[in-house]
Design a protein around this ligand. Sequence first.
Ligand code: FAD
Length: 420
Amino acid sequence: MTATSFEKNWDAIVIGGGPAGSASSAILAEYGHRVLVLEREKFPRYHIGESMIPFTYGPMERLGLIPLMKSSVFQKKYSVVFISPNGRASQPFYFFNRYDRNTVAQTWQVLRSEFDQIVLDNARSKGAKVIEEITVKELLREGERVVGVRAQTKSGETVEFRAPITLDCTGKEAFTSVRNGWRIKDPYLNKVAVWTYYKGSKREPGIDEGQTAVAYVPEKGWFWHIPQHNDMVSVGVVAEGKYLTRGGVKDPKTIFHREVEENLWIKDHLSTGGSTGDYYIISEYSHHSRHCGSDGLLLVGDAFAFLDPVFSSGLMLALKSGVMAGDEVHKAIVERDFSPQRFADYARFMRQGVENMRKLVYAFYDPDFSFKKVIDKYPEAAGEITDCLSGDVNKDFGPLWAKIREFVPLPEDLPVGEPG
Ligand SMILES: Cc1cc2nc3c(=O)[nH]c(=O)nc-3n(C[C@H](O)[C@H](O)[C@H](O)COP(=O)(O)OP(=O)(O)OC[C@H]3O[C@@H](n4cnc5c(N)ncnc54)[C@H](O)[C@@H]3O)c2cc1C
């Protein structure tokens, strides 16, 4: 079936078949709504963002994905550890010290091409219609109201689809936020990431095999070290662009290998393995949208807010917002009311989560901050920090922020993204 022969009128249109789009369309299809997903790429497609945190469990459970995850080849992850440039490792933050070991506290390191295919197929199996290799170019409007999209197929044909509500799940490209002038860059979190994949490098023994290591380099940059299945490790460095390119170095491979010398643990762990030879570079300005949507339009996942990935919160936030958006849009369809105000609670809830994570990210990048100093003074902070690192972000972290503010300043909340 070609895109042009597809039904043109739907209950909901979802732009983007990543985790946010697949989650929201699965929920809507489960309610029995006719939902169309338009995805630019042909899946399976490459994507960065491979480490999950425990609170990804809830949305995956709601989507019916846990049995698949439990029987999958994906590497299990139980903790995160922080490594100083001289190679000294912190105590691991084990999620099972705070949450149930057999459910929430055990999470996964995934290969996104495989994981995203599973989540998209899950939406399909619940009844969502998915068209791949089609790019949304424009929103259709009647007055101020969004009434559908104009898209282009791979062969260049233009096709229009209509629905009373469109969900923008286009990831950090943030289709509508950019076009509407809603995108606000975070004033401080403007980093660059360079990464590759290693095979045959060193892994930790036992339950630490799948732990994420966050390994510092000077000037408050850091490496991620994410062990995956098939003896692969995803390893990348994140820092300010002017630090990474110092001396005029622009080539990702040269940048990467220069930084490996800056952390003894990373150097040692990679020493027995070899890179696949592919090196990636991306600018990863954190950003959020001034509005969560407008009449007939809702923003979900990274398209609403993209946060620096140091604590691996992206998948959790994408899936959680996808599920919540699915529920909220279902109510809107039933009540035939797509006014943006009805999504205000969704926006506040998602922003609260992003804000809590963002505060911990700011602390992390402050040269005067160390988890150890805070925990030495306030031992109970270890649990609170583990909760935030686990993605339990919709609770009151006021007591933790008060403790951390004794060491470093924390940012004020950003606007919540009220409906436009
Ligand atoms: C360097 C880096 C490291 C990261 N590490 C982690 C990590 O360890 N853990 C973690 O949880 N997160 C991580 N993330 C974040 C994570 O990748 C994202 O949060 C997550 O992918 C968001 O899901 P999404 O569905 O919102 O967007 P995406 O996964 O980006 O999906 C968006 C989809 O929309 C499609 N699309 C875009 N525009 C159009 C269009 N016009 N028409 C049709 N389709 C379109 C795209 O092809 C894509 O498939 C990282 C991000 C970066 C940059």
